[in-house]
Ligand binder design. Sequence first.
Ligand SMILES: Nc1ncnc2c1ncn2[C@@H]1O[C@H](COP(=O)(O)OP(=O)(O)OP(=O)(O)O)[C@@H](O)[C@H]1O
Ligand SMILES: [Mg+2]
Length: 248
Amino acid sequence: MKNLLEIKNLNACVGEKQILKDFSFEIEPGKVYAIMGPNGSGKSTLSNVIAGNPVYSVTSGKMLFKGKDLSKMTPDVRANEGIFLGFQYPIEIPGISYAQFLKQALTSKMKYLGQKPLDAVAYIKRLKVRAQALGVTDEMLKRPVNVGFSGGEKKRMETLQMAFLEPDFCILDEMDSGLDVDALKIVADGVNLMREENRSFLLITHYERLLDLIEPDVIYIMVDGHIVEKGDKSLARKLEENGYADYK
Ligand SMILES: Nc1ncnc2c1ncn2[C@@H]1O[C@H](COP(=O)(O)OP(=O)(O)OP(=O)(O)O)[C@@H](O)[C@H]1O
Ligand SMILES: [Mg+2]
């Protein structure tokens, strides 16, 4: 398999408004990608469309994940197939604790993959090891999902979800926003530890600082709903200096 994800000439709208315009890109296994682009260029929309958020309608184009047509899959199936989205603005879910939420998500994924669910001891161990590495306390795991969490805590919890579920394709939408410098290093270390030959990452960010901590293989620049440039890490430096003036 050459590409983990392949998107070709994708057009997507919210209501009457077209946001993704003939969007195409490729994600190879084992690589870290970054997408940078001005506010409103469609980066979060792209991640939502990949994850299957029904607010966005795909009007034409192709999305293949591990060679399978994503448009035929509901969001839960996409997640079970290995797609993970760490939200730019994580939502609060009252009534279910983080620990229960993670257990439910992992159990349904393992069931989907035909694997035996973890027993209570193995589950707790898997959760504790990952929570500790990310500085997540037992108290946070007992609280309802994201309710009352600070902005930075929510981002940390998104990363814990990713580390716990071990997806094949991890989209992190502005994971660096809201994190203090120490938390950013912890979360970046967590991502770096998860890098492996069959797993890919898509980091959406505005800042070169994140890309100093998590070295990307490829940077895509997105403007007005599609990719306008592909390059290496030097592109981030160029943007830091010149902004997006060259692309307008
Ligand atoms: N649910 C929605 N309803 C109405 N408009 C939307 C919706 N989602 C996205 N848009 C619009 O689509 C455009 C792209 O938004 P999107 O959030 O994808 O941008 P972005 O590149 O992630 O920006 P930022 O860097 O500010 O996070 C914006 O003009 C936005 O207002
Ligand atoms: Mg966004």
